[in-house]
Design a protein around this ligand. Structure first.
Ligand SMILES: [Fe+2]
Length: 327
């Protein structure tokens, strides 16, 4: 979420509170300097009143309405030059109007936020349902999408990507293999070597994933990561044979997270690899299969104890053959 959106959408944001205080001060100063409420400037108080309601909800709207009513009432002359104070009735009416507008804005703002939160929950639950469907298709890849999401998020944080980008990568990771729903189970779970035709079917799963993701407008930003998560730095990946920087960063992150989970999980065709060996294979694939910067980020995270275990000694370079395309 950008700074501006944070101010606008987050309830009780300190920046929002600051904006309320500044606009209250500006309205008070401008009204006084221009001679009192006899002039048009009291209307400036509507700005902090509406802001107060928007940022702090119903209580905030009412509170700022009352404060604005006081600043613009007993504390503000009607005519500064002539020294005429506010008539009681007029400032009370003005305060009531400010408070009502603050309350209305606050109530609407709270309702809007609740609606947005509910939509967010539906979205999260929809993705979780998808993920269960994907992972349930192959017992060997149970939890795969969830673990890839965990590793991808860890890498994105190591790379110091902004929180909203990290969140996008998490969602893309959760959905990256949704296209496997279109792959027959006997191919997915085949313990023997795949035939060229079967491999071609498997290679279509990122395309199928992208097609499914594209059906939901809100998921469109995830499209590149999902479609290109099996591309390789040397251009020998699939489905489009993109190379190096042509592969979107999110997809390069998913590729490393995906391969790491594939290597450290039991599969139909082989048992899991020891952690140190998986890390060495990733190191050896730097520059050919994976983006070196991203492999380094994952290795840093793992060596720093990110998997929840003891911190590891740094992995040695090379020494193991690269894995064929997995994940
Ligand atoms: Fe995949």
């Amino acid at each position: 979420m950008t700074g501006l959106r944070r101010v606008v959408l987050e309830p009780n944001s300190p920046w929002g509170s600051l904006a309320v205080l500044v606009t209250l001060a500006v309205a008070t100063g401008a009204t006084y300097k221009t001679g009192g409420t006899v002039n048009v400037f009291p209307h400036l108080f509507y700005i902090p009143v509406v802001l107060g309601g928007y940022v702090h909800g119903l209580p905030g709207g009412i509170a700022v309405g009352v404060v604005a009513g006081l600043l613009c009432g007993p504390l503000m002359p009607r005519d500064v030059a002539a020294g005429i104070p506010q008539p009681l009735q007029s400032w009370l009416i003005r305060m009531a109007v400010f408070t009502a507008i603050g309350a209305l804005t606050g109530g609407l703002s709270t309702a809007l936020r609740q609606r947005i939160e509910a939509l967010g929950r539906v979205n999260e639950q929809t993705i979780r349902a998808f993920v269960q469907a994907i992972d349930a298709k192959d017992s060997y890849t149970a939890q795969h999408s969830t673990k890839v999401a965990e590793y991808a998020v860890a890498i994105a944080r190591e790379l110091k990507l902004p929180p909203e980008r990290v969140e996008r990568i998490r969602w893309a990771a959760l959905l990256h293999d949704v296209g496997k729903l279109a792959v027959p189970e006997h191919i997915l779970n085949k313990p023997d070597k795949l035939t060229p035709e079967e491999f071609r079917v498997i290679q279509q799963h990122p395309v199928e994933s992208a097609k499914i993701v594209a059906l939901v407008e809100q998921y469109l930003p995830l499209l590149d990561a999902v479609r290109y998560h099996h591309e390789r730095m040397d251009g020998k990946g699939y489905p489009d044979g993109l190379r190096a920087e042509e592969i979107p960063l999110d997809a390069r992150i998913l590729a490393v997270a995906d391969a790491f989970d594939a290597m450290t999980s039991d599969r139909a065709y082989r048992p899991r690899l020891p952690l140190e060996e998986a890390l060495r294979r990733l190191q050896e694939g730097k520059g050919t299969q994976w983006d070196p910067r991203i492999v380094d980020a994952l290795v840093r995270w793992v060596e720093g104890g990110g998997l929840g275990g003891e911190a590891l000694e740094p992995a040695a370079e090379g020494g193991f053959p690269r894995l064929a395309a997995e994940g």
